[in-house]
Design a protein around this ligand. Structure first.
Ligand code: ZN
Length: 136
């Protein structure tokens, strides 16, 4: 029983970025809006999606051409294989590879959730900034 509890806690800890994004979403929906707080939470959630969300590595595998399926963290960072580490960031700088990167990200559930989370937190952060500017 106690063991299972700690495992749940561990799982929750791995997905903290999604929880933070959920809190930000909740703040948007609640009437009492604290935009600085929302901005902070959205920024944190975005960083989590880019650098910490658990998913497959998905870097191009030189041996068989298929995307790498090692465990990795974040949309931008690959797995433990050194060559893969920066492969996805490099892809972002080559614009013609965006479509490929997008297709790859949407081929697995973990990356899909993180990509949607990244768009959501980015949108939320931008909306909070705009509201802060307009309100001033
Ligand atoms: Zn890899």
């Amino acid at each position: 029983m106690g063991r299972m509890k700690s495992r749940t806690k561990k799982a929750l800890w791995r997905f903290w970025g999604y929880l933070i994004l959920a809190v930000a979403g909740y703040l948007w929906l609640s009437g009492d809006l604290n935009f600085v707080l929302i901005l902070g939470l959205s920024g944190l959630a975005l960083l989590y999606m880019l650098f910490a969300a658990p998913m497959w590595c998905l870097a191009p595998n030189s041996t068989n051409g298929k995307p790498c399926s090692n465990n990795a963290y974040g949309l931008l960072i690959g797995c433990w294989i050194r060559k893969h580490k920066w492969e996805k960031i490099k892809m972002i700088f080559r614009r013609q590879r965006w479509a490929e990167l997008g297709r790859r990200s949407f081929s697995t559930v973990g990356a899909q959730a993180a990509a949607i989370g990244a768009v959501g937190s980015f949108t939320s952060a931008i909306a909070a900034v705009i509201t802060l500017i307009v309100k001033r």
